[in-house]
Design a protein around this ligand. Structure first.
Ligand code: FAD
Length: 403
């Protein structure tokens, strides 16, 4: 027999407790709204996306989790890029960015990072329910009816004035609305794991990220605070088909061998985690919101992670989303204008990074990236982009127009 459905209500129902969901739940609870966040998993849980941007740090401080993040992160002062077609390593130091107030970021284990943000949401007054999966959302004139199921089969229903989809790459609402579009320019796959005993840089450079382009895509090398190093390959669409029955572990190790400078840093290293793979990479959704919902973070769009932008975009989008939802709930007459402002901000980040990443597939643009000339302040602007400084007043786009 079907389990009984219990009915409850809230102002805002958030689907998903990743960085986007936890951030927006925190901000709306702080503003006095009754927020319920449903997370299908239990934190701490593994998630990929371990390299943060300097622009994230000010968001941590606004959320009140700056000290907790400092305790779990290793400082990342620069991003270095190695390309087989160029005989130099290009190192972009965040201290050299246009805006000097963002000199470093952190590399983190996402299990710890996401758990801090989720706990913070609960501490600030959101009702957080883990092990509870949203199954259905029906919109009506006053909001939405949300059906969810607990792990033990119990079913629950919430009447919410507003729904925020922060379900990540599950893209809960976009799938149901058939509004998701794959990006043919970034249709890659990824393969990744953690290594012990990788050759890391010394001193303050230890936590820097390295990106290695190779024939079939690019690799990341992300040092974590506990000594493990995250290594992953993002490969062009055809490459995964070459696996030919090999285990994921063997396939990752064989792929690393195709990139000698990375293989050299992993010569003494051993794999200490499961190897994961993700396919069908990049997408966007044709809208960011409706009358009673909005889409945040990966639930709206996902772009190639070569510049480590995902978490920053998800969290910054959540700040804009909280502003919009607060206005919708308190000042219904301002709803249209608030959602239009959100729409503009939500599209801005993925669009700018995507525009730039697409240019990196062009060899001439890659040359410019690997040897930027500073008279036009191209290098300063590039570092600012890599730092995530894309929402403020720094005039980077005039310089980046050379791309
Ligand atoms: P998520 O972090 O995915 O959170 C969504 C949450 O929703 C999950 O906890 C999920 O369990 C929950 N959920 C889903 N469906 C439901 C449901 N029906 N009911 C309840 N809960 C649900 N970003 C970076 O910043 N730096 C990087 O170095 C980086 N590297 C990456 C490498 C790879 C290979 C990939 C794939 C991504 C990478 N990213 C990186 C991107 C980053 O992981 C994401 O952009 C970021 O996690 C988005 O946050 P989010 O909150 O939108 O979604």
């Amino acid at each position: 027999a079907a389990a009984e459905v219990s009915e409850r209500d809230c102002d805002v129902l958030v689907i998903g407790g990743g960085p986007a969901g936890s951030t927006v739940a925190t901000l709306l609870a702080e503003r006095g709204h009754r927020v319920t966040l449903l997370e299908k998993d239990h934190h701490p849980r593994f998630h990929i996306g371990e390299s943060l941007l300097p622009a994230n740090l000010q968001l941590f401080d606004k959320l009140g989790v700056g000290d907790e993040m400092r305790a779990i992160g290793i400082e990342k002062h620069a991003a270095e890029f190695v390309s087989p077609d160029h005989d130099c390593t290009q190192t972009f130091r965040f201290a050299d960015a246009w805006d000097k107030s963002m000199p470093y970021a952190y590399q983190v284990r996402r299990s710890e990072f996401d758990h801090i943000l989720l706990r913070n949401a609960a501490r600030k007054g959101a009702e957080v329910i883990e092990g509870c999966k949203v199954k259905d959302v029906e919109f009506h004139a006053d909001g939405a009816s949300v059906a969810a199921e607990r792990e033990d089969g119990r079913r629950e229903r919430w009447q919410a004035r507003f729904v925020i989809d922060a379900s990540g790459r599950d893209t809960f609402l976009a799938n149901r609305m058939r509004a998701k579009h794959r990006n043919p320019h970034h249709n890659s796959s990824a393969l990744y794991g953690h290594f012990a005993n990788a050759k890391r840089h010394c001193g303050s450079a230890e936590g820097n990220i390295s990106i290695y382009w190779f024939e079939h895509g690019w690799f990341w090398f992300i040092p974590l605070a506990d000594g493990a190093t995250s290594v992953g390959a993002v490969t062009w669409p055809y490459y995964m088909k070459r696996r030919n029955g090999r285990s994921l572990d063997a396939f990752l190790l064989d792929t690393i061998a195709l990139c000698p400078p990375l293989a050299e840093r992993l010569g003494e290293a051993r794999l200490v985690s499961d190897v994961h793979a993700t396919g069908n990479f990049s997408y966007t959704t044709d809208h960011t919101h409706g009358d009673h919902y909005l889409l945040l973070g990966d639930a709206y769009a996902f772009i190639d992670p070569v510049f480590s932008s995902g978490v920053m975009l998800a969290m910054q989008g959540a700040f804009y989303g909280a502003e919009a939802v607060d206005t919708c709930l308190r000042q219904p007459a301002q709803k249209r204008a608030a959602l239009a402002r959100f729409d503009k901000a939500a599209r801005h980040g993925p669009r700018q990074f995507s525009w730039f990443i697409y240019r990196m597939t062009n060899p001439t643009m890659r040359d410019l990236f690997m040897g930027p000339r500073n008279p036009l302040r191209v290098k300063d602007a590039l570092i600012s982009l890599l730092a995530g400084d894309i929402y403020g007043k720094t005039p980077i786009w005039a310089s980046l127009a050379v791309f």
